[in-house]
Design a protein around this ligand. Sequence first.
Ligand code: AMP
Ligand code: MG
Length: 644
Amino acid sequence: MFSNCLKKDKVIASNMASITFGILTVSDTCASGDKDDTSGPELERLVTTEQSHDGRLIKGQVICKTVVPDDEFQIMATLTRWSDVFKVNVILTTGGTGFALRDITPEATEKVLEKKAPGLSTAMLMASLKATPMGMLSRSVCGIRKKTLIINLPGSTKAVKECYEAIAGVISHAVDLILEEKSKIIKTHEQIQGAHQHHRCSHQHSAVSAARITSVADRLRESPYTMISVDAALEIINKSLQILDAEILEVWDAYGRVITDDIYSYCDLPPFRASIKDGYAVFTSDGKGRRHVLGGTEAGQTPGSLHLVPGTCVRVNTGAPIPEEATAVVQVEDTMLIESSTDGMEEKEIEILIEPKDGLDIRPIGSDIEKGTLILKAQTKIGAAEMGILSACGCTKVRVTKLPTVGVLSTGNELQQAGEPPKPGHVYDSNKITLMMMLRENGYSPRDFGIAIDEENAMISALKDAFQEVDVLLTSGSVSMGDKDMLKPILEHVFKATIHFGRVNMKPGKPTTYATCEYNKTKKYILCLPGNPVSATVTAQLFALPLLKRLSGDFSKPVVVIAKLLSSYKLDPRPEYARAILEWSNDDPIPRAYSTGNQISSKLLSCKNSNALLMLPGWTKEKSELNKGDLIKARLIGFNQNSV
Ligand code: AMP
Ligand code: MG
C-alpha cells in the first residue's frame, strides 16, 4: 500500500501549483478482485489533468491510491493515515455512499473529520440532479481533517466525473485556505509556547515515523523517543492504568484475585465452646480427685442430655462442644482410669490428677474470630490461606477486581512456528511460548494472536483482532530502528494510540515501548517488547507483569534481595538486568549469585533456571566494574517469587 505513496511534491513551474491527492476506492467487489476499479483511475485522470484557476495552472499529483472493502475501520485507517502521516492535500473517495447495507463511507468519513464542508456536497448534489433525480440518493460527506480536504464521491464512473467537475474549480482555493489557516494556528501556538522542546519533538517524530515505513533511506538514524529510566517507565505505566471493574465470584473461583471491599466475619469462630484437648469436661470447683463419667461427646456432636453435676465429668474430644456448665477441660494425660464397665468397653470412673483452673483448654465462642470482625481488608490478594479464612467465616461469594484479558503477538517476516520444517533465513518463534507461559504461571489465560509479518496491513489486522478481544497486548519485535520496525507509527497513526515511552535506559530492552489507545470505546494497553528473546523475557518481567497486576488491583511490590556476586561484571553504560541463579546456604544469610553465562540479548539460554535479575548499575568513571564478592541488589523472578 505504501509503495503507492510517492515522495515529495514537486513545483512544476513557478506559476503552477501542485496539489497532492489521495484516491481511495471503497468497494467490496473491487477489493476482492471480482471487479475492476474504473472510478479510481477515472479520478486519477481527472485530477492529473492540468487546469487553470485564478490565473494559476493547477496539476494534481496522486501520491496515494488504494482500494479497500466497505469496512469502516479500513476506510478510517486509510483516511487518517493519508491525512496525518502523508499530509495529502485532498483525499477523494469513490464508492460506498449509497443506500446499501454495507455502504459506510460517509459514516467512516464523518468520524475522522474535524470540520465539515457541506457546501461541496451541495454543489455535487446540484450537479448530479441536473443529470438524474437519482442524485438525491447521494449521501456524500465532505470536510477537513488536519491539513487535508476529504471529499466523498459516488461510486459510478459516470457520476464520479460529474461530481468532481462540479467542485474541481474550488479545490485549489480550498487547499490554500486550509494551509494558510493551519500555518496561522502553528504560528500562534509557537508564539505562545516559544521554542517548546516537546512540540518540536513530537512534530518531528510524526514525520519521521511516517518516513520510516515508506522508505528505508529516509528512516531516522537515531530514535526520536526520549530515553527514560526503568523507574520512570514504571511510573508512567502506573499512572496510565485504570483498575478494572469488579465482579462477584464464588470463593472457590477467586484464587489470585484482589478483593475490593473490607470483609467481616459472618459468624463466631468457634461458634460454640470447644475443647482444645482430648480429655474430660469438669467443674473446677470439684478440684482434683475422682469423677463419675457421664458419657462422651465427639467432634461434630452436641452434648445433648449430658449435664454435669458436682463429682461428674463428660469425656470430650478435640474440637467437640463441651457442656454449657463445664468450667474446664482436663486432658486425658492428666487423668487415671479407676473403673470400667464390666465388658471393659466404657469408662465408669476416672481420677483427675491436677488442680484444674477455670477456662483450662476451652476455646470460648468467637475466641478465634468474633462475628463482625474485619477478616480481610480491601486490596488483599486471595491466596490459599485467605480462601480458608473466607470459608471458615461463612463467606461464599466475594467481590473482586476482574483479571485483565491479555494477548500475545509476535512480529517478523523471519519467524516460523516451532515444529515446521526450517525455512532459509527463518528462526523459530520462541517469544510467543515464553511470554504465554510466563503469563499462565502468573494466573492469566493469554490469547495467542499469532505472528504478524512485517507488512503494514498484516500488522494492522493483527492489532485489530487483538484489540477486539483483550485489554492488554504484549507484542514482541518491530520496535527497533530497522526499516521494518513499524509498530510505533502504526499504533500512533492508525490506532491513534498515545506512545507513552519508546525507549528505556536498560540492557537488555532499550526499545521497549508502551502505548495506550481507545478501541471500541475501551482502553487498550499495549506493551511492545523488543524481539530479541532475552530482551522480551526480561522486559515482560519488569513491565508486563507489574502492569497486569496493577490492572487487577494488585499493588504488591517485586521482591528485591541483596546477593553476593560469584563472578566479576564489566558495567555497561546502561543499567543492566543480568540473569542469575541465587542460591542460599545454611551458613550465610546472603544468597550467592551464579551468572548464567553469556548475557547477549539473543541468547535465551541465559534465562535458563534463572531465578533473579541482578540489578547492575550503569557504568561510571568511578565504578566501571563489579568484583567477585561484591553485594548487589537482585530482583527475584519466576512463579510466585514476583510479589510479596
Ligand atoms: P526485532 O526486534 O523485530 O528487530 O528483532 C530483533 C531480533 O529478535 C531478530 O534477530 C529477530 O529475529 C529476533 N526475534 C524477533 N521476534 C522473535 C520471536 N518471536 N522469537 C524469536 N526471536 C525473535
Ligand atoms: Mg522484526
